[in-house]
Design a protein around this ligand. Sequence first.
Ligand code: SAM
Length: 275
Amino acid sequence: MDQMLNSQKEDCKDTNVETNNNPLDVLDHYRNIADKYDYFYKEVHQGYIPILMKCLDLKPEHVVADIGSGTGAIAKDLFEVSGLHNPIWCVDPSVEMQEIARQKKGVNSILKTAEEFFSNPQISERFDRVIATISAHHFVNADAVFEGILCSLRPGGFFLQFNAIKSTLPSFKSAKMLLSQCFKRESEVRDLLQRKIGLSAKISEKEFSFSAEIKKSKLYERYRCRFVSLFQKLSDDQIEEGIIELDNEHFQNVGDDELIKYECTVLVTKVEKVA
Ligand SMILES: C[S@@+](CC[C@H](N)C(=O)[O-])C[C@H]1O[C@@H](n2cnc3c(N)ncnc32)[C@H](O)[C@@H]1O
């Protein structure tokens, strides 16, 4: 455990910044985590793809945009599984996340915030599908983004917003508090969506669950590297104390390489453009 702890601390040493969650800090966060992002979110992405495939009803000729697309992991899988003819427009302001995305097949990388991207009138009626998976809580001007998304949809097109809302994976107290802030922000963004474009669109919500598993060593490494942007608010000491709390309460008898099984629930909000 000590050896694992030291090497994980070394790997994550650049991420120890105590900040607020303003847009600059968000970019700092993704700069620090970009090279480990796909590894940290692998189980989550594997759970999302079948749900996305079910909800998106993709046809090869569809033109798709992924907003806050990160490392393009979702776009790559969707492109491959659905046999799209066109690469997916992957919009994300993080240089480091986009560097990784650009290396993937099926990704058309666009280094912009959602706000910048949707302020361009030329993207009017360009897309059959627009998705935002666990990224809408970062939109700074969410109402303008939602109006832009609606404008960018072709007749019959729709927008899907994916929010993680529940997980049975235990966490420590201070992390749980920050995660609940993140969930609250996501629900505020969904309310805004309803208020802003509820009259010009049909909005529906559905929950989906999937099973996942993660090694104990990887679970602790994710905390040490602050895999969620709000965890920047935790100091190294708070994270180590939290891991001890978690270990004592839940995982004392679990080996570092043992898999911990858990269930995740996502809320999928579908916004259909009405004529
Ligand atoms: C939690 S990651 C999600 C990445 C990917 N969608 C996924 O499911 O793994 C959030 C992404 O939102 C991006 N982001 C932050 N602010 C944004 C903004 N204003 N507009 C669009 N994307 C933004 C970040 O750079 C980051 O890559």
